[in-house]
Design a protein around this ligand. Structure first.
Ligand code: AMP
Ligand code: MG
Length: 341
């Protein structure tokens, strides 16, 4: 009798343990290659099937957004491709999500006096051509191209848009990954996810905190040694986006020219190596990090300060670390020496 009792309590104990184990939050993750970059999503949930479904839905939504925004891809849903084809000719009607993205972009163009300009498409193409031909763009090519980079000539009508001058070209690369990460967050939230992290090619959004007492810890790349971190931020429910001169290049005659271009000079922007922005919206963080990088240290910092709720850590060309007024509380710098190499 005693033995049976002992045995059944052991069975009960094991069953309880298995049940508790089942309820324990687990990490569920998936990766995908989207927007020319690696996207990864990790969620913490005690309902594994629900978590998998949520991640799949988020990746699907990101894929659809990518299909709308990739200006090189001629597909029926590709609104940016259609707008560029119709430049100087006709208005194209915009789905709400693209309209709202373009409104955000135009707002940042206004706030940065044109340093941020999604009509840089032709300038990006000029640098690509220069790279493939192995020669820097000439002054006349630059002047001709810059006459087609002007956000004032992005004509927004009632739910539709036309590029005023023939040859103009929209390129949403400066905020597309941010928008994609916001979309992934919204999709995960609708699927009941309360903790997770989305990394869309370095555009990070964290949902909730890592656990009840621990914020997410996100490393910030050392712009001098991009494979290594120079510090980290500790945050919950936030987007973290870095614009950096070390991220992409055009290689021309053994020199590297980075991918964030000044619409004023036509050349890669100077003055800052990287700008990391913390904000609720990843789209906005993506746009204003790129804008600040073009503006340089002083005006870049002013731009960030003009957005309530946004904070930033800026690394200048001289390796100075600058903080917006509320950024220090989130940020820890690892050894200074390692940052300077
Ligand atoms: P990001 O990587 O977010 O800093 O954005 C850089 C990308 O945005 C580039 O690869 C271009 O496609 C585009 N871009 C470059 N310069 C600018 C600019 N001044 N304003 C808006 N977009 C830009
Ligand atoms: Mg950006």
């Amino acid at each position: 009798m005693k033995r049976i009792l002992l045995l059944s309590s052991a069975v009960l104990l094991i069953a309880t343990l298995l049940f508790v184990q089942h309820l324990r939050p687990k990490e569920v993750s998936a990766d995908s290659f989207l927007m020319d970059t690696l996207v990864s999503i990790k969620v913490i949930s005690s309902d594994e099937p629900e978590a998998k479904e949520a991640i799949d839905a988020a990746l699907d939504a990101m894929q659809q957004l990518d299909n709308q925004l990739d200006r090189y891809e001629n597909s029926p849903n590709n609104i940016i491709y259609q707008i560029n084809q119709a430049s100087g000719k006709e208005y194209i009607s915009l789905p709400d999500n693209v309209l709202s993205l373009i409104q955000t972009a135009l707002g940042v163009s206004e706030a940065s006096q044109g340093a941020f300009d999604i009509s840089v498409g032709v300038l990006v193409d000029l640098w690509k051509k220069s790279e493939s031909e192995g020669a820097l763009p000439s002054q006349s090519e630059l002047a001709q191209t810059l006459s087609l980079v002007d956000y004032h000539a992005i004509l927004l009508g009632d739910g539709n848009l036309m590029l005023e001058r023939p040859g103009m070209s929209l390129d949403l690369g400066a905020l597309a990954k941010g928008a994609s990460a916001d979309l992934a967050r919204d999709t995960l939230l609708t699927h009941g996810i309360t903790r997770g992290i989305i990394d869309a090619g370095g555009n990070i959004v964290v949902i909730g905190a890592k656990d009840d007492n621990t914020p997410w810890k996100i490393g910030i790349a050392n712009p001098n040694l991009p494979g290594e971190t120079m510090g980290f931020v500790e945050v919950a429910d936030t987007a973290i986006v870095t614009a950096g001169t070390y991220q992409r290049f055009y290689s021309i005659q053994e020199e590297q020219y980075h991918h964030i271009l000044s619409p004023f000079s036509g050349y890669p922007a100077e003055g800052l190596k990287s700008v990391t922005v913390l904000a609720e919206s990843s789209t906005l963080a993506d746009a204003i990090s790129t804008a600040a990088l073009v503006l340089g240290p002083e005006q870049g910092l002013n731009l960030i300060e003009s957005y309530p709720g946004a904070e930033a850590i800026l690394i200048t060309d001289q390796d100075q670390v600058l903080f917006s007024s509320g950024a220090k509380q989130y940020f820890t710098l690892l050894q200074e020496e390692s940052f300077y190499e």
